[in-house]
Design a binder for this molecule. Structure first.
Ligand code: NAI
Length: 336
């Protein structure tokens, strides 16, 4: 069995706690992973003066794959997002977020056994960060949508749907208002849809999508969205299955991949050993599949499912009292 070298970016806030949990879970899965641990984010800034030190880029360049904890991004000023920088630098154009109900997790929608996949364009839109003050009191923020990026994410999503036997893709937009930008995205999605006729394709306006998601989430299968809509709708979807502590994500490009949770650094619960590490553990499952460590991935995935089905060990976000460490112990034990 070969050993894989993977970059580990523990991140800020609850990042180091959930990263430690995921590392323990991967070790117990039987996969041979050697971690190259590097620091990025607010912690790195305080210690090294750089929010995204060159060492991080060099490590990911070398290993081509990373597991990343959340990184704090200051609001309304300060440094630009490390996440956006990493996604742009490595051209991680597809943000893949499977949203699945877990056994025994009670939500308003538990009886529906939800299973959706979100594809979020990851490199442009309002996240291009092109903002300037035109005159005092007037700010312009540019929404960039290109044919290249829109086609690339659309083909990625439709290709995935075909490979995985999915039934339908909902393309989400606001082309009634942003006729040019969202209109272009929509046209690219239609091009990709025409190449995969076996997958049903529908188009939904983003506000109506939010309504449908909370009224009838079971009608959704795969969702394809631009960057900003994808960001917002992902958190909404996480809420449908029990919250941000549960949902994983993968930032995928043609050559590199970074796996992380959907959630952020949750500063209000950082350092208390109460964060739910499931989301990053589930991201580690995606990482193991990416490394072709299928058995280890299934072992870890099944262990997480068993702990939830068993119902004894729950972290605080799900109404339990287990610590991050105790939850991790339970997952590790379930693999034993
Ligand atoms: P957040 O995701 O950190 O927190 C939202 C809510 O969910 C909070 O109540 C938090 O306690 C809870 N939560 C999140 N993850 C949890 C977990 N694993 N277990 C239990 N509860 C959990 O979002 P927020 O507060 O908007 O952002 C905090 C910081 O994180 C900001 O600086 C933001 O920029 C950054 N962020 C980073 C991301 C990344 O690195 N990929 C993604 C999203 C936000």
């Amino acid at each position: 069995m070969s050993t894989h070298t993977v970059t580990l970016i523990p991140g800020d806030g609850i990042g180091p706690e959930v990263a430690e949990a995921a590392v323990r879970a991967v070790a117990a899965s039987g996969a041979r992973v050697e971690w190259d641990t590097v620091e990025a984010g607010a912690g790195a800034l305080a210690r090294t003066g750089q929010v995204l030190p060159d060492q991080v880029l060099q490590s990911v360049e070398r290993t081509r794959v990373a597991l990343k904890g959340p990184v704090t991004t200051p609001i309304g000023g300060g440094f630009a997002s490390v996440n956006v920088a990493l996604r742009k630098h490595f051209e991680l154009y597809a943000n893949f977020r499977p949203v699945r109900a877990l056994p025994g997790v009670q939500t308003r929608f538990s009886d529906l056994n939800l299973d959706m996949v979100i594809f979020r364009e990851n490199t442009e839109d309002l996240y291009a960060g092109l903002e300037h003050e035109v005159v005092p009191g007037v700010v312009e923020s540019l929404k960039i949508i290109t044919e290249k990026a829109s086609l690339r994410i659309s083909r990625f999503a439709f290709g995935y749907a075909r490979r995985e036997g999915r039934k339908k893709i909902s393309v989400i937009h606001k082309a009634n208002i942003m006729k040019l930008s969202d209109g272009l995205f929509l046209r690219c999605a239609r091009t990709a849809a025409a190449e995969v006729p076996e997958i049903r394709h529908e188009e939904l306006i983003v506000d109506n999508t939010c309504l449908q998601l909370v009224m009838r989430p079971e009608i959704f299968d795969v969702l394809l969205l631009e960057n900003l809509y994808g960001d917002i709708v992902s958190d909404l979807c996480a809420g449908l299955v029990g919250g941000l502590g549960l949902v994983p994500a993968a930032n995928l490009g043609d050559t590199h991949a970074i796996f992380e949770a959907v959630h952020g650094s949750a500063p209000s619960i950082a350092g208390q050993n109460v964060a739910n590490p499931t989301a990053l553990m589930q991201s580690a499952v995606l990482l193991l599949r990416h490394l072709n460590e299928r058995e280890a991935a299934t072992r870890l995935e099944q262990a997480i499912l068993r702990v939830y089905a068993d119902g004894q060990v729950r972290t605080r976000d799900l109404g339990g009292s287990a610590t991050t460490t105790q939850f991790t112990d339970a997952v590790v034990a379930a693999m034993g």
